[in-house]
Design a protein around this ligand. Structure first.
Ligand SMILES: *Cc1c(COP(=O)(O)O)cnc(C)c1O
Length: 361
């Protein structure tokens, strides 16, 4: 075969996304997926019905302006609809944002290890990622991140709580950081797990928008709101920033089914947030039990815990699979385990306990 047309050089450098694996079927035993930080609860009835109603009109394009969804979000967040930009998941919103703000060779500063979609989206945009190592306890090193900003920096990403390690940035830390980030650099705060935070002095980046035109907030319906399969997330930012992101967005990107389900999920917020409370209680139970077993687990403010297993990450993952749970390994570094059904969390605690007993003489 002859050589086909060649893509941009950056394309060959895009790292592959490693998706959380489904659990391996075991005869007679239930297995659980704890590898993608999904919400283990099935959707609420009102949400399913809204999605079904929308599905009956699948011959029509969705509302390109996301009007009902923006109106519902604007009311809840106390912002103008013009400050919002929705996309097919907050990862898509990040792609559009980088396309809108980065020229080839511009720099994007972010913590590492952090969300694995960052290097993928940054490389795809043609920008250059600048990775700032986390502190030993899994927190962002915000001082080092501020120091890493150069005249080529266009965007700084803060992931709070940090996926996959778990700690969150405090309100005091974020405010001080926003003051250190120059006004021409966009400070993007990824709050995918915001609803699970129970730390003292939680960050409230949307409140920072009033004083800081360079702050932008990404949120998603994939985690607490239980709509991972429908792909919908959004940006809250200065109206000009949001307009730039909307300008780069796929026309009709968010499906009518996703828009309807997201609006219905907002209506069902009290029930959804009660489920989040139950997941938070399970998270704290799991982390407490792991600490009691002798594990060093960073503060967990999302719907997952991080086990710093180093070279044992893949071995532990295999042991978890044997026990009927799929977890998310990061080879050579650690394992992230989502909080699931209580019986699934108990399976994790069993694997973790046996692992400790085996490896502690
Ligand atoms: C899951 C997750 C998202 C959300 O991604 P979607 O595209 O909305 O599904 C964003 N940021 C982080 C850190 C996440 O873990």
């Amino acid at each position: 075969m002859s050589t086909p047309p060649q893509p941009r050089a950056a394309v060959a450098a895009i790292p592959a996304y490693v998706a959380g694996r489904p659990p391996v079927a075991r005869d007679g035993r239930r297995v659980y997926k704890l590898s993608s930080n999904e919400n283990p609860y099935p959707p609420l009835p009102g949400v399913v019905e809204a999605a079904e109603r929308a599905a009956r009109q699948m011959n029509r394009y969705p509302d390109m302006g996301n009007t009902a969804l923006y109106a519902a979000l604007a009311g809840r967040l106390g912002v103008d609809a013009g400050q919002l930009a929705a996309g097919t998941g907050s990862v898509a919103v990040l792609y559009h944002l980088l396309q809108a703000f980065c020229e080839p060779g511009d720099q994007v500063v972010h913590a590492w290890r952090s969300f694995e979609a960052y290097p993928i989206a940054i490389t795809a945009s043609g920008a250059e990622g600048v990775r700032v190592p986390l502190l030993a306890d899994g927190r962002h090193d915000l001082d080092a991140m501020a120091d890493a900003i150069t005249e080529r920096t266009r965007v700084v990403l803060v992931c709070t709580p940090n996926n996959p390690t778990g700690p969150s940035v405090t309100g005091t830390e974020l405010r001080a950081f926003a003051e250190r980030v120059p006004a021409h650099v966009l400070l993007v705060v990824d709050e995918a797990y915001r609803e699970f935070v129970r730390a003292d002095d939680p960050a409230d980046p949307v409140a920072l928008l009033a004083e800081h035109a360079h702050v932008a907030v990404m949120r998603t319906f994939a985690k607490a709101y239980g709509l991972a399969g429908f792909r919908v997330g959004y940006l809250v930012a200065h109206p000009e920033v949001a307009a730039a992101v909307r300008a780069c967005s796929l026309p009709f990107g968010v499906s009518s089914v996703a828009q309807a389900a997201a609006a219905a999920a907002l209506e069902a917020e009290p029930e959804l947030l009660a489920r989040v409370d139950a997941l938070v209680a399970e998270r704290d139970r799991v982390r407490g039990a792991l600490l009691a077993q002798g594990w060093e687990v960073p503060d967990a403010q999302g719907n997952f815990v991080w086990l710093p297993l180093g070279a044992d990450a893949l071995g532990f993952t295999a042991a978890a699979e044997e026990a009927g749970i799929s977890v998310r390994p990061f080879a050579g570094d650690g394992v992230r385990v989502s909080i699931g059904e209580p019986e699934a969390n108990d399976l994790l605690l069993g694997v973790a306990e046996r692992w400790k007993e085996r490896s502690t003489p």
